[in-house]
Design a protein around this ligand. Structure first.
Ligand code: HEM
Length: 369
């Protein structure tokens, strides 16, 4: 810095820190308000999750691989076994035959909520939104009617449309053969103390073809998630298939991890969940094999919930500084717990929501419809 610049530095620094503080306050405010709105207007009165209401839970175990090729971590000790509870779901409609994003959420405990590690994953390598600001646009521009949604959002944000094309699975034959990605990166501080970032994914344990991807849908096709004309599959066909599969032969999955070293001068794109990390540089490594042997009934499946806050400190959510920060997506998730509490409380007050009926009310996302 030259002598002429020096006097201006302290005020500039102050402005910088004030801006940062302001940005953080806006993030805190938006996240808390969004959680509160969800709780007050959706989760408690309508007894719904924000998304993924249509699902099935199951239990089993995860065994960490004996010879890990990922950096050593005290939580993922080689050969260690965890009980697991999972939930497969379709977002957001109460009809398995619609073109939906499918999900797999895992908790490393057999409890409704308490767990040392949870991870929520959707189909598709990339996402439909990339920051809290983008997510709030996405949420406010849903514009759903009779199973058609996000027309305005997709038109205005082509990246969001691309993400939705990547993630939608209309012709899924089973929850089991799909590939699920956590999309947003998390912290990973292993035994060597080095800071890294981690992403997780789950694929079938033995090689199987992933069925259900749309081939080059038009923009309109992607917004139109309705069942096809003359659809023969029922509203619950995927959940029935999964139940039969688990009873008959169980389900085996391969959980994998991708780690990325942290750097002093980080390129923010590392955190962008619309950008796939180069698999040659940051290959997927086997984390463990998950075996599922029992499905849960509707009540227990509905009471099972997940959180990004259920993680050891060394594997948790990365800090975010503004609503435009890519890590603000996980910040929002971490600060929306009130929505989950409100939903669970609603079952105590009004009783459990009924299972999705096998009737002719197709293309709906609300119980009352
Ligand atoms: C790419 C990022 C995201 C992914 C991969 C993701 C994934 C998921 C999945 C798989 C579920 C269903 C879990 C289940 O089966 O119970 C879920 C539920 C939920 N997500 Fe997200 N989500 C993301 C972003 C967000 C954001 C930004 C928010 C904002 C607050 C959010 C809030 C919620 C809430 C409130 C629920 C319902 C929780 C409950 O009532 O149990 N998610 N998410």
């Amino acid at each position: 810095m030259t002598a002429t610049e020096a006097p201006t530095a302290p005020p500039r620094l102050m402005v910088y820190w004030l801006r940062r503080l302001g940005d953080k306050l806006v993030l805190i405010l938006y996240s808390r308000l969004f959680g509160l709105m969800l709780a007050l207007f959706l989760c408690f009165p309508k007894q719904q999750r924000m998304s993924h209401n249509n699902g099935i839970g199951a239990t089993g175990k995860l065994r960490i691989v004996d010879h890990p090729e990922f950096p050593a971590h005290e939580f993922f000790e080689p050969g260690k076994e965890f009980p697991v509870r999972i939930r497969h779901a379709s977002a957001t409609f109460l009809d398995d035959a619609m073109n939906c994003i499918r999900s797999l959420s895992i908790k490393l405990s057999d409890q409704q909520f308490k767990s040392p590690f949870d991870i929520e994953m959707n189909t598709g390598v990339t996402s439909l939104f990339w920051s809290a600001a983008s997510f709030l646009k996405f949420a406010s521009m849903r514009g759903e009617k009779y199973g058609v949604e996000y027309r305005e959002y997709n038109r205005r944000y082509p990246d969001g449309l691309k993400g939705s094309m990547t993630a939608g699975r209309r012709h899924a034959s089973s929850f089991h053969n799909l590939h699920y990605y956590c999309k947003t990166p998390f912290l990973f501080v292993g035994k060597d103390g080095l800071k890294r970032y981690a992403k997780y994914r789950v694929i079938p344990a033995d090689s199987e073809v992933e069925i259900g991807k749309e081939t080059d849908p038009s923009e309109w096709d992607q917004c139109n998630q309705r069942i096809l004309p003359h659809e023969t599959r029922g509203r619950n066909y995927l959940k029935y298939e999964y139940e039969d599969r688990v009873k008959r032969q169980g389900a085996r999955y391969r959980m994998q991890i991708q780690t990325h070293p942290a750097s002093e001068e980080e390129d923010p794109e590392v955190f962008n969940n619309m950008v796939v990390w180069d698999e040659d540089l940051y290959p997927w490594r086997d984390l463990g094999i998950m075996t599922i042997d029992k499905v849960l009934d509707w009540r227990e499946s509905t009471l099972t919930t997940f959180s990004v806050n259920n993680m050891p400190k060394t594997l948790g959510v990365l800090p975010a500084h503004s609503i435009f920060d890519y890590n603000s997506l996980n910040y929002m998730r971490a600060h929306s717990e009130i929505a989950r509490h409100a939903r669970v409380l609603s079952y105590k007050v009004f009783g459990m929501v009924p299972p999705i009926p096998d009737n002719d009310n197709r293309n709906v996302s609300d119980w009352g419809q």
